[in-house]
Each structure stands twice: as C-alpha cells, then as structure tokens.
Design a protein around this ligand. Structure first.
Ligand code: G1P
Length: 288
C-alpha cells in the first residue's frame, strides 16, 4: 500500500537548545535560511508523502504559522513586485496538506505517535523526527525506507553506524543481514548502556510503520522517566512479524544538539549556491 501520510512529532520542549528554545520552537531554528522543520517536510514531499500530521504542543504556534498562508506578506511582496520571494513564500503554504494534533503532556515518542491514530486510520505511514536532518541529494532518506517497505511489505526503521561510545544516546538494533544495507531486526533496545548494546547500529529518526503499532504502543508501560518509548513497543511487535532496518545513505546531523546544529549550519552554508563561495573564503581566512 502506498505510503501517503507522515507523522512529525514536534511537541518536544527542546531543552538541549535552551535558552534559544525558551519561546521559539526548536523546529523553527533556521539552518542557513530555512527553519529545520521545512527541510524534513520537503524530504517527505520529495518521497511522495501527501499528508503531514504534526503532533504539536504548547508554544509551537510558530510552526503552524510558517506553513500557513501569510496574506500580509504576499500583498507586500506583490506591491514591491518581488516575485521571486513571493513565489518562495507561496510555495511554503501550498506545499502539502498539514493537520495538527495536540500532545498535551510530554510522555515520549510512543505517546506522540499514538496521538496520530485516528488521522492515520488503517494504513502504513511514515514517522520523521525533525532533530535528524539528513542530506541525501535526490534520494530522500524516507524514500529509501519506502523502497525497502515496498520490497519487504513490513515496517522499516532507519539505522546508522555510530561510535560505540555514543550508542547509549540512541535506540540500538540487533541486526541480521537481509540484503544490501538492509537488516532484519532480531531485537531492539532504547538507549542501552554501552556494554549492553547489541550492535553499533543506531536508530535514526525515520520509520515506516504499520497500524498494528498503535496496539503495541498502548500496551507499552512508561519507562523510568514516565515516557512511552516507540523502540520498546516495536521490540514487542517483533513477536507479530518481521521488522527491517535500512542503513540509509546520506549525511545525518543531530540538529537538536548545539554541536550537531553548528555542523549542519556550516555544511549547508558551504553547499549553498548563493553563499557557498563567499562562506568558504571566509572560513579559509579565519585566523584560527
Ligand atoms: C529518539 C528515539 C531513539 C532514536 C533517536 C534518533 O530518541 O527514541 O530510538 O535513536 O530518536 O534521533 P530521542 O533522541 O528523541 O531521545
């Protein structure tokens, strides 16, 4: 079945990025000149997603405003005959259909996904975490997962090799090779201590899930921090049928982290048609 819908959990408080995120959603922090959330929405659209479901929360109105029509701005740009910017602004609000569901309490990723149940209904869907920005020219990461889903007809999770000293920041899978950059998942665990990690293949924020997942999330008890973990629900769901991991190609940045955000900023600026040249010159001449 075609993957038409994508869920974006955006209710997180962005504490890793305080004080910037005290009044400004982390998803709207700009990477060069576009808010983070627009990068991941564009990735989804490039992969053929038709409807986006944002799981949002308090103080996140700026996200809705960004994707809404801005009549005043359009009139102003039209009056100035600035058709290039007018077209850019219009494209953002015409991008795709977005609906918003509120997650009233921060009870974890699993809980956020469960909020999408009614809007998803009985079809497979994508989940995209906006902290994970993936640069992959003409081959969107979520599209790579959709290809594996089409082949295996089973849920697919994005994974990437990470240094063993970092595994405890991620969900980690126990893999069994099942094709080119594809693994069957034998088990998975959320943020294990290094010595208990089943491999160095970390879960990255892209998933293709089937609607059975909702029952498994519902049956998952909150962890020690009161959060319902998606990884724990998916580990239980392995009893129901195979789940695959796709070791996607592309460069991934943890944009929810200050250092990761800076790395993304530098690399996206260097790739920019408009800014790449002068920015490279600037970096070369820095008296470091
Ligand atoms: C979430 C998931 C985790 C995954 C990570 C990827 O954790 O729970 O399994 O490895 O995203 O970014 P978070 O970073 O939101 O705590």
């Amino acid at each position: 079945m075609k993957i038409r819908k994508a869920v974006f959990p955006v209710a997180g408080l962005g504490t890793r990025f305080l004080p910037a995120t005290k009044s400004c959603p982390k998803e709207t922090l700009p990477l060069v000149d576009k808010p983070l959330i627009q990068y991941v929405v564009e990735e989804a659209i490039e992969a053929g997603i038709e409807q986006i479901i944002m799981i949002t929360g308090r103080a996140k109105n700026a996200i809705e405003d960004h994707f809404d029509k801005s009549v005043e701005l359009e009139l102003l740009l039209e009056g100035k005959k600035d058709y290039k910017r007018l077209e850019m602004v219009r494209r953002i609000s015409d991008m795709c259909e977005i609906c918003y569901v509120r997650q009233k309490e921060p009870k974890g990723l699993g809980h956020a996904i469960l909020k999408a149940r009614d809007v998803i209904g009985d079809e497979p869907f994508a989940v995209i975490l906006g902290d994970d920005i993936i640069h992959s020219e003409n081959n969107p990461a979520i599209g790579q997962l959709i290809k594996v889903y089409d082949e295996k007809n089973a849920p697919v999770i994005a994974v990437q090799k990470v240094p063993m000293e970092n595994v405890s920041a991620y969900g980690v899978i126990e893999p069994k090779p099942a094709g080119d950059r594809v693994y069957q998942i034998l088990s998975m665990v959320e943020k294990p201590p290094r010595e208990k990690a089943p491999s160095d293949l970390a879960i990255i924020g892209r998933y293709i899930l089937t609607p059975e997942v909702f029952d498994y999330i519902e049956a998952t008890a909150p962890d020690g921090r009161g959060e319902i973990q998606l990884t724990t629900a998916l580990d239980a769901m392995l009893a129901d049928g195979a789940i695959y991991a796709c070791q996607f190609t592309g460069t991934r940045y943890d944009a929810g982290d200050k250092l990761g955000f800076l790395q993304a900023t530098v690399e996206y600026a260097l790739r920019s048609k408009e800014l790449g040249g002068p920015f490279r010159e600037y970096l070369k001449n820095l008296p470091l």
